[in-house]
Design a protein around this ligand. Structure first.
Ligand code: BTN
Length: 252
């Protein structure tokens, strides 16, 4: 079923909401609107994406009518250096919205994965367009199954709970949580977000992981986040690595 836009508009106040039955990527469209000067809080959402973007150049599986695929333009007073922590704030917002609307408690895997158990149910992508931040969020809501290559990695709220969930209710809660966590970051700085992310994630401290850096793999034990929001990894020889970008996977 397509999103109930009339209800969404009644809940989300006076803001621009552009809904597309099919789009390449909501990120591209939101960046275009941001460059044209659209207001903070503008939402671009779609029922399906043909070129959904994931982190590290990956694709985001965006099948029709099952997920939430949204990009929201945010004009907070955040510096480029704050972007890594903004990604963490958006993960917290997504987990909070899922918990409030479905009762499903999620884990967070640095920097941008929202997990149920070991499988991903949502992902975050952030990019800057001039002074605006584009927050891209994909939530696997009502997918009944995934293509074979994703089955071990991905899940949906429906698969995890055995129930179909309202994408509209999750979106309304998500937008409220995004504004709350981004306002907190803007007013209180990075520390509260870093503290909350560390408390909410089983990956930040003492977890044996492999980190895919693109051209090499690092193994070690996670040792917290630094002030910039990067992951600290203690290598097997005791050396400290600061992970700025990479794919974190648990060592089995
Ligand atoms: C990731 O986990 O790799 C990030 C996934 C982000 C997916 C969302 S879906 C809405 C928005 N549009 C995109 O093309 N990507 C983000």
């Amino acid at each position: 079923m397509p999103l109930d836009l009339a209800w969404l508009r009644s809940q989300l106040g006076a803001r621009r909401i552009d809904w597309h039955p099919v789009i390449g990527s909501t990120m591209t469209e939101a960046a275009r609107l941001a460059a044209l000067g659209c207001e903070s809080g503008t939402i671009v959402c779609a029922d399906a994406q043909t070129a959904g973007q994931g982190r590290l150049g990956r694709k985001w599986h965006s099948e029709p009518d099952s997920g939430l695929y949204i990009s929201i333009v945010l004009r907070h007073a955040l510096s480029a250096q704050t972007l890594p922590v903004a990604t963490l704030a958006l993960g917290l917002a997504t987990a909070e919205a899922i918990l409030k609307t479905t009762d499903i408690a999620c884990d967070l895997r640095w920097p941008n994965d929202v997990l149920i158990g070991s499988k991903k149910c949502a992902g975050i992508l952030t990019q800057l367009e001039g002074s605006a931040m584009i927050a891209g969020i994909g939530v696997n809501v009502n997918h009944a199954q995934f293509p074979k290559e994703l089955r071990e990695l991905a899940t949906s709220l429906r698969i995890a709970s055995g129930r179909v969930h309202s994408r509209e209710k999750i979106l309304v809660e998500l937008v409220a949580s995004i504004h709350a966590f981004c306002n907190l970051l803007e007013t209180e700085g990075r520390e509260p977000i870093l503290r909350m992310f560390s408390a909410a994630s089983s990956f930040v401290h003492g977890r044996r992981v492999r980190v895919d850096l693109g051209d090499s793999i690092l193994s070690g034990t996670t040792a917290g986040l630094n002030d910039a929001g990067f992951l600290l990894l203690e290598g097997d020889q005791g050396e400290r690595n600061v992970i700025i970008a990479g794919g974190v996977r648990p060592c089995s």
